[in-house]
Design a protein around this ligand. Structure first.
Ligand code: GLY
Length: 379
């Protein structure tokens, strides 16, 4: 199933169930100094969860552009080396602001996965927060998942918050079992293991608290639901692929790298494949961040963007001696501009900033290398 069809089915399903379809917000948080980049679908609804704002809907659904590099949720160093981590991804979510809570949230997720996406029930493994018996019982008694398949995980996995402060709560996650051949081989391998066997696809957060800077959890005026499912991860399953880098959303960029380097992705060793992954992920995060108005800088989110571009430049050297990274922007923009027209509007700007950053970094590298060599020869 193509990503386009998954997008449509997701929004249609929740719209049919009373959710207003809301557009993705910009990646640059509006008036929220606690965040570098938008890192989840719920960010644009923070004030609704806190009860500081009301809108003419209490249920919403979105497909949100997210960047997880820098800040509380930071996957930058893992990107390239796992089959599932990305700095830029699209998060599909449904939200309730003082409306439905645990049972409906779980029921919606189960129905979408098993009926709309037709995923086999026996491959799905839910986990709940350690002491959340209510969620456990909904999975077990209402949905009918055997108790032996429901895991209990602690704060690290099953208590979610967008940053150090703000709305948060216990969550229940749904994992997809990709089979023992994908696993680490440990007898303890289960949902929550860091290997690639159990792929976390959906996180349902039961918003209950407002975390203060002191760490205190203040109950929210109303409970809510905030869910997040990675579009790219669902594509891995629905397209029968081995990793996010093989799904349709990455195809054009990978092909462009192949053309520019003369190297065939499928024939490369792990180190070279990692370079393909880094370049194809980082061109997505860089282009989307630039299109939303972020510029490379020496601090804040601009520094994170500069780090992403420089990381791409370093990995590029594993594949070629020429500077191909800025050229990849064209393939990315071409393949996603129908969904995100802001990419096409900023095309020239994006390409020129990427070229300038890479050139500047290359000059620094050459200068740095000369200093290092001089030091080595003298010492
Ligand atoms: N807000 C839920 C998640 O990002 O997983």
């Amino acid at each position: 199933m193509k990503s386009l069809e998954i997008r449509k089915k997701f929004l249609d399903f929740f719209n049919k169930n009373g959710h207003t379809i809301v557009a993705s917000s910009s990646l640059i948080p509006a008036q929220d100094p606690t965040l570098l980049f938008i890192n989840a679908g719920m960010n644009q609804f923070k004030d609704l969860f806190l009860g500081n704002e009301k809108r003419n809907y209490v249920r919403a659904t979105t497909i949100q552009k997210c960047i997880r590099a820098g800040g509380k949720h930071n996957d930058l160093d893992q990107v390239g080396f796992t089959k599932r981590h990305l700095t830029f991804f699209e998060m599909m979510g449904n939200f309730s602001f003082g409306d439905y809570f645990k049972e409906d949230a779980i029921r919606f997720a189960w129905d979408f996965l098993t009926k709309e996406m037709e995923l086999p029930q026996d491959k799905l493994y839910p986990t709940v927060f350690r002491e959340d018996d209510e969620a456990f019982n909904i999975w077990n008694k209402v949905i009918g998942v055997p108790a032996s398949k429901i895991g209990r995980l602690d704060e690290k996995d099953n208590f979610w918050q967008m940053g150090d402060t703000g709305p948060c709560g216990p969550c229940t996650e749904i994992y997809y079992d990709r089979g023992p051949q994908e696993g680490c081989g440990s007898k303890d391998c289960k949902p929550g293991c860091s290997c690639d066997r159990f792929l976390e696809i959906w996180n349902l957060v039961f918003m209950q608290y407002d975390r203060q800077s002191s760490g205190e959890l203040v109950p929210l005026k109303q409970t809510g639901v905030d869910t997040g499912m990675g579009l790219e991860r669902l594509c891995v399953i629905k397209q029968g692929k081995d990793s996010v880098f093989e799904i349709d959303l990455f195809q054009d960029i990978i092909m462009q790298i192949e053309q520019l380097t003369g190297l065939k992705y499928s024939e490369q060793n792990a180190a070279k494949k990692a370079a393909f992954h880094v370049l194809s992920d980082h061109v997505r995060s860089s282009c989307f961040a630039l299109a939303d108005g972020c510029t490379p800088a020496n601090e804040g989110r601009g520094y994170v963007l500069r780090k992403i571009i420089r990381r791409a430049a370093l990995f590029e050297q594993k594949l070629t001696n020429s500077s191909i990274f800025p050229k990849l922007a064209g393939a990315l923009i071409e393949s996603m501009q129908d969904i995100y027209p802001e990419l096409a509007t900023s095309k020239e700007y994006i390409t020129s900033v990427l070229s300038h950053e890479i050139d500047k970094f290359a000059t620094n590298l050459v200068r740095g290398q000369a200093i290092l060599e001089k030091y080595f020869s003298e010492n």
